[in-house]
Design a protein around this ligand. Structure first.
Ligand SMILES: Nc1ncnc2c1ncn2[C@@H]1O[C@H](COP(=O)(O)OP(=O)(O)OP(=O)(O)O)[C@@H](O)[C@H]1O
Length: 690
C-alpha cells in the first residue's frame, strides 16, 4: 500500500478520472509551499451551501494529479495530468487549506479480464456506431488495439455524459470488473435515451474523437514519465534520511556500575532480580531483557531508569497492535510515501548507535509476521548487519541495549521467546505497595501538586486498590492530593493530613474491593484461586447426571469433568445420576470444583476463610497449577486465612512475605483437602471407597 500526504483541491459537483489532461487554476502557491508537484482532486458533493464547509462534503475518493508546467509566467493556470485514484484515510489539516493522508489505489489489470475487455470494447463501438460516429476507421482501430483496460475505461468514463452521482459512483468502485459492467449499462442506457438526439451525437462525437486522438499515445507516455519523476523526489528524501542516521556516533556511558545500582535503587523499590543484570549490561552487547508481569508493576519505568542510570539515550517503541512487518523493517523505497521502520526511526531520534530501546508490549504484536522481523532485530548474530528496506544499507544494531516488556510471555512465539532473557516483575503485596507509596509515589505526587506537610495513606492502600501493580494507587493518591492542594490554595487547611476513611470516601467514593473478607452464604460455594481469587458456585437440579459448565476454556471444563468423575467413583452412596449440576462463575480447577460438589451433595458449608488451588487427577492426586503466586497474594490481601495449594507449587512461594507464607498448606491428594475444607469437619470412615 502506498500512502501520501496531499494538498486537496475540492472540485464542486465534478469528477475527474485518471488518464485525463487538465488545467488547474491558482494551485501554484500550494505546490511551492508544500514542495510537491502532486495534488489531489476531490469532488465536493453538496454545493448548496458553498460558504459552509464540512469534511463530510468531500468524497472519500479522489484523483491524484501531477502538475507539470505553468501555461506561461503571467498565467494562473497550470497544466496537469490525472493518473491514479486514491482513498482519503484522514484529514491532517482543514484550514487554511486541506491536507489529507491518502492511500493510492492500484487499479490492477487481471489477466482474466480479457473477456470483459472485449465486451466493453464492443459496447463502446456499438454505442458509437449507433450514434453514427463511425465510420471512423482510426478511432475503431484505436479501441481495438487498446490493451490497457484501465486506461480505456477511464477515458470513456471521462467523456461519457452521465449525472455527477453516477460518475462519482464509478470513481469509488474498487473492482474494475464492476466498474466496467456498470459502464456498459450506462452506455446501453444512453443509447436508448439519445438515439434521436442529433445534437448530443455531435457533442459526443467531437469529444470522444478529439480525446482519443490527442491523448491516446500521449497519455501513456506521460504516465511513464511521471512515475520516475515521483520516485526521484522520494529518492531525495530517502538519501537525506540515510545521511541523517547516526552511523558512527557512540554515546559515552556516563556512570559506573555501582552508581547505576544506586540510581535504580533510588527510583524503584524492590525489584532486586530485575536490577541485577545491570551488572553485566555495560559490558555485554546484544543482551535482550524481557521484563514481564502484570500491568503497573513498573516494567516500563524500570526500563527508562536503566537507560538513565547508564547515561544512554532512551527510546520507546510501542508494539501493541503492530501487525505489518514493514512497520519494523521499513518500506521499500520504490513505494510512494515509503518510510523507514520503527527501529531505524528510534535510532535516528536517539542520535547514537548505542541507545536503550524499549520494545513495549512485545506480546501484543502479530507474532508470525512482526515476530519474525523482530527475531532478526534481536538476534545478536544477525543484528550486526540489520537491513531496513528503506535505508537499504546494513546498520549495526549490536550496540543497542534492547529491553522488551510483556504482560503474558505465553503469547510470545517460541523462537522469539528463546532469544529473550526473562525477568519476572512480581505483583506487590500490600506491605510492598505501602513502601512504594511512601518512598516513591507520595513524594512524587506531593511535589507535583505542590503540597507541604505529612500525609498518611494507610486506609487507602488496604481498601481501595485491588491490583497487582501500583498504577491505580498512584492515580488515587493523585486525586486525593489534588483535593488537598485545592484546600490549601483556598486557605481552608494547613499542616499534616491523615487520609482516613472519611476523607478517602469523600474523595473517591465507597471502596470497590469485591472480595474483601467475603462470607460464603450457602453450600455449593467455595473460594478458588486462578487469575486472582474467584468465588465458585454450584447448583443441582433434578436430571440425569449432566454437568453444565459455563467456562469456554477447555482445560477448565476438563477439570470440572475430572472432579465429577472422581466423586462418582468414590462417593458411591450419592445418587449423582439423578441430578444435573451447573457450575457458575467458573474459573477454578478440579480441586475447587470437587470441594464445592462435596459441599453441595453432602450439605456441608465450606469455610469462608479458606481458598483452594490445584489441578485434580482422576485418582484424586493434586498437581501443580501455573501462575499461582499473584493469586495467593490476592487471596491473602482479601482476608483469606488458609490457602491450600499443591505441594508441587512450593517453588512459587519461596519469596513471599512470611505473613502470607504461614497461611499456606501444601497438599498432594484431595482427601487432605476435604479434611481442611468444611466448617463441620470431614471424616472418611463412612466412605469406604475413599
Ligand atoms: N517498584 C516500584 N518503585 C517505584 N515506583 C514504581 C514501582 N513499580 C511501579 N512504580 C510506579 O508505578 C507506575 C506504573 O509503572 P509502569 O508504567 O512502569 O508499569 P508497567 O509495568 O510498565 O505497566 P504496563 O504493563 O501497563 O505498561 C509508574 O509511575 C512507576 O513509577
Amino acid at each position: 500500500m502506498q500512502y501520501l500526504n496531499l494538498f486537496i483541491q475540492p472540485i464542486p459537483n465534478t469528477v475527474v478520472f485518471p488518464y485525463s489532461s487538465l488545467q488547474l487554476y491558482d494551485v501554484d502557491c500550494y505546490i511551492q509551499l508544500l514542495h510537491s508537484q502532486y495534488i489531489g482532486l476531490v469532488s465536493q458533493i453538496n454545493d448548496n451551501q458553498p460558504n459552509v464547509q464540512t469534511i463530510s462534503q468531500y468524497s472519500q475518493y479522489g484523483t491524484l494529479v501531477h502538475v507539470t508546467t505553468k501555461q506561461d509566467e503571467s498565467s494562473n493556470f497550470c497544466n496537469a495530468f490525472a493518473f491514479a485514484r486514491f482513498r482519503i484515510n484522514s484529514f491532517c489539516q482543514v484550514s487554511p487549506f486541506l491536507i489529507a493522508n491518502v492511500e493510492i489505489l492500484n487499479d490492477e489489470i487481471k489477466t482474466d479480464d480479457t473477456e470483459i475487455l472485449s465486451t466493453f470494447k464492443e459496447a463502446v463501438k456499438i454505442y458509437m456506431e449507433n450514434f453514427s460516429l463511425l465510420p471512423n476507421a482510426l478511432l475503431k482501430q484505436k479501441i481495438d488495439e487498446e490493451n490497457n483496460i484501465v486506461k480505456l475505461q477511464y477515458q470513456v468514463a471521462n467523456r461519457i455524459q452521465i449525472p455527477f452521482n453516477q460518475k462519482l459512483r464509478l470513481l469509488q468502485m474498487n473492482d474494475n470488473r464492476e466498474r466496467i459492467s456498470t459502464m456498459i449499462q450506462y452506455l446501453n442506457h444512453k443509447m436508448t435515451q439519445y438515439s434521436t438526439s442529433n445534437e448530443l451525437e455531435q457533442i459526443f462525437k467531437q469529444e470522444l474523437m478529439s480525446e482519443m486522438q490527442n491523448n491516446g499515445e500521449n497519455l501513456i507516455n506521460q504516465t511513464e514519465q511521471i512515475i520516475p519523476q515521483m520516485q526521484e523526489q522520494e529518492l531525495d528524501y530517502q538519501q537525506q534520511y540515510v545521511q541523517s542516521l547516526p552511523w558512527q556516533i557512540l554515546h559515552p556511558e556516563a556512570v559506573s556500575i555501582s552508581e547505576c545500582k544506586q540510581i535504580l535503587d533510588q527510583r524503584h523499590y524492590g525489584l532486586d532480580l530485575a536490577k541485577q543484570p545491570i551488572k553485566f549490561l555495560t559490558k555485554s552487547t546484544g543482551s535482550i531483557l524481557c521484563l514481564h508481569g502484570h500491568p503497573g508493576v513498573g516494567k516500563t519505568s524500570l526500563a527508562q531508569s536503566i537507560a538513565e542510570s547508564l547515561g544512554r539515550p532512551f527510546q520507546k517503541i510501542s508494539l501493541g497492535g503492530v501487525s505489518d512487518e514493514a512497520q519494523i523493517r521499513g518500506h521499500r523505497k520504490t513505494y510512494v510515501g515509503a518510510q523507514a521502520g520503527m527501529i531505524m526511526e528510534a535510532i535516528k531520534k536517539a542520535k547514537c548507535v548505542n541507545p536503550v530501546i524499549l520494545l513495549d508490549e512485545i506480546d501484543k504484536i502479530n507474532q508470525y509476521t512482526v515476530g519474525s522481523a523482530l527475531l532478526e532485530v534481536l538476534d545478536p548474530e544477525q543484528n550486526k548487519c540489520f537491513m531496513d528496506n528503506y535505508v537499504n544499507e546494513e546498520f549495526n544494531l549490536s550496540q543497542v541495549l534492547f529491553i522488551s516488556t510483556a504482560n503474558y510471555i505465553e503469547s510470545i512465539q517460541p523462537a522469539l521467546r528463546d532469544r529473550l532473557e526473562m525477568i519476572e516483575i512480581p505483583s506487590y503485596t500490600i506491605d510492598e505497595k505501602e513502601k512504594i507509596a511512601i518512598q516513591h509515589l507520595i513524594p512524587k505526587q506531593l511535589e507535583l501538586n505542590g503540597i507541604d506537610g505529612k500525609v498518611e495513606f494507610q486506609y487507602l492502600i488496604t481498601n481501595y486498590t485491588n491490583e497487582s501493580g501500583v498504577r491505580q494507587l498512584e492515580r488515587q493518591i493523585n486525586s486525593i492530593l489534588r483535593k488537598i492542594a485545592l484546600q490549601q490554595v483556598r486557605g481552608n487547611r494547613k499542616g499534616s493530613y491523615n487520609i482516613n476513611k472519611g476523607f478517602v470516601n469523600q474523595c473517591l467514593g465507597e471502596s470497590t474491593i469485591i472480595y474483601k473478607n467475603i462470607r460464603l452464604q450457602s453450600v455449593g460455594m467455595c473460594k478458588g484461586l486462578n487469575d486472582g481469587m474467584n468465588i465458585l458456585e454450584i447448583i443441582k437440579t433434578k436430571g440425569q447426571g449432566n454437568l453444565f459448565q459455563q467456562s469456554k476454556d477447555q482445560y477448565i471444563v476438563e477439570q470440572g469433568i475430572t472432579a465429577q468423575s472422581y466423586l462418582r467413583n468414590c462417593f458411591k452412596h450419592i445418587q449423582f445420576q439423578n441430578w444435573d449440576v451447573t457450575v457458575a462463575n467458573q474459573n477454578c480447577l478440579g480441586v475447587c470444583v470437587a470441594v464445592a460438589m462435596v459441599s453441595l451433595f453432602m450439605n456441608k458449608k465450606v469455610k469462608s476463610s479458606v481458598a483452594f488451588a490445584g489441578e485434580l487427577s482422576l485418582k484424586g492426586s493434586i498437581f501443580r497449577q501455573y501462575n499461582l503466586r499473584d493469586s495467593i497474594i490476592q487471596a491473602a490481601e482479601s482476608g483469606v486465612e488458609s490457602i491450600i495449594i499443591p505441594s508441587q507449587n512450593v517453588g512459587d512461594i519461596q519469596n513471599l512475605e512470611p505473613s502470607i507464607k504461614k497461611r499456606i498448606t501444601l497438599v498432594d491428594h484431595i482427601e487432605e483437602v476435604f479434611q481442611l475444607a468444611f466448617e463441620d469437619g470431614f471424616t472418611y470412615q463412612h466412605y469406604p471407597n475413599l
